[in-house]
Ligand binder design. Structure first.
Ligand SMILES: *Cc1c(COP(=O)(O)O)cnc(C)c1O
Length: 391
């Protein structure tokens, strides 16, 4: 279609047409029986996607940051020690949020392109009683993926709550909330969950809900207080009307549609698709002599790729050329490196043909800007690596 651009940034992403159609249906009352069913079903489907049959899901109007804020507001009290494990921009955001609630934060930051070692995390957990630790599953600023499983295990060993920022990972990377013992897993709608921006989503473990229930001080945030939202989530799940703040009816109708699409594909099938496409895309990027920020493939995200511009290439000119070729990609996000790298999202309904389009546009943009590549190399590497579905 003329003028149609492919949105390949790490959120918002290209949304499934069925999700967009659901978004455009006539808005009903938030206590309409049909909507109560949709809300209740969405909560149930979240448990499936998070793999948390015992968890307490929350759906609230807001962004991914509100979901992070909600976890912190409800679980952190003034003076609590919080360990923030950071692999980029969003690790710093969690530190800022924890600081905001009066936590004593310790910030463990990985060198650029790497992850914090388990040894460093355990050594820190030994020094004092931490109330909680935070992990950024995929830091969208660096394209680094952290394996949350062993960290959640350490958190359990030291009786610390584990909070996972899954904004760029839920429904795109492997998450087994209950089995791994993760206490809170948060996300936002516009990333791998595949719904336009505007929903803060999280699932809290029974332990997290107990810790919240045993707080000594009130929650210092009116809107985010679980006291206000827990009865609402329970009511919708019991298919009963209730009200605290008007839910974003259309977004929740779209959420249910997307969660159904995810469960129909199968959470593990969806994960395999993301892994397959990400691996092939990295092969394409590498064949164009581009260096990715993650220093090894086993810590590279499956939901996006972050790569440096080649030497001598003007980043903004590259982004403009890509856009002229109808492919929208994102620039850098880390303040200190903003102009030296770019990011391409490949999550949600992404397909191999989307990524072939991106690589084609990238090849021609790089070529026009004078980067010495042989056109077709990236596409060949991609095609030779990707596993096409058997029919
Ligand atoms: C996008 C993102 C956020 C922030 O989400 P918003 O919806 O923009 O508030 C937080 N953490 C990670 C890892 C993200 O990718």
């Amino acid at each position: 279609m003329k003028g149609r651009k492919l949105l390949m940034i790490p959120g918002p992403i290209e949304f499934d047409p069925d999700v967009l159609q659901a978004l455009g249906t006539a808005t009903t009352s938030h206590v309409d029986p049909n909507f109560i069913e949709v809300f209740g079903k969405s909560l149930e489907l979240m448990r499936e996607v998070w793999k948390s049959p015992k968890g307490q899901p929350f759906i609230v109007a807001g962004t991914g940051t509100l979901a992070m804020d909600m976890a912190a507001a409800n679980l952190i009290e003034q003076g609590d020690s919080v360990l923030v494990i950071s692999t980029g921009y969003f690790g710093k955001r969690f530190r800022d949020i924890a600081d905001c609630y009066g936590a004593k934060t310790t910030f463990l930051e990985a060198p650029l392109g790497e992850v914090v070692s388990l040894e460093a995390i355990e050594n820190e957990l030994k020094t004092k009683q931490y109330k909680a630790l935070t992990i950024t599953h995929v830091d969208t600023s660096t394209g680094i993926m952290v394996d949350p499983k062993p960290i959640a295990k350490l958190a359990q060993k030291y009786n610390t709550l584990s909070i996972l920022d899954g904004v760029c990972s839920v429904a795109g990377e492997e998450i087994n909330q209950d089995e791994w013992g993760l206490d809170v897993v948060v996300t936002g709608s516009q990333k791998a969950i595949g719904v336009p921006p505007g929903l803060a989503l999280l699932v809290a473990s029974q332990k997290a809900m107990e810790v919240w229930g045993n707080r000594k001080t009130p929650v210092f945030n009116y809107y985010a207080d679980w006291k206000n939202w827990l009865p609402i989530m329970r009511a919708y799940e019991e298919r009963k009307p209730s009200y605290f703040g008007t839910p974003p009816v259309n977004l929740i109708v779209a959420l249910e549609t997307s969660l159904k699409i995810i469960c129909k594909e199968g959470v593990s099938e969806r994960l395999k698709r993301h892994q397959n496409l990400a691996r092939a895309f990295r092969a394409g990027i590498t064949s164009l002599h581009l260096e990715t920020i993650p220093k090894s493939n086993n810590i590279a995200a499956n939901t996006l790729t972050a790569a440096y511009y080649p030497k001598g290439i003007d980043g903004s000119a590259l982004l403009t050329k890509m856009s002229n070729n109808d492919v929208i990609i994102a620039g850098g996000l880390l303040p200190e490196l903003k102009t030296s790298y770019f990011r391409i999202g490949h999550m949600g309904s992404v397909s191999s043909s989307d990524l072939i389009t991106v690589l084609g546009a990238l090849e021609s943009a790089l070529f026009e800007l004078g980067h010495p590549i042989e056109s077709g190399n990236g596409l060949r590497a991609f095609q030779n690596t990707v596993i096409f579905k058997e029919t």
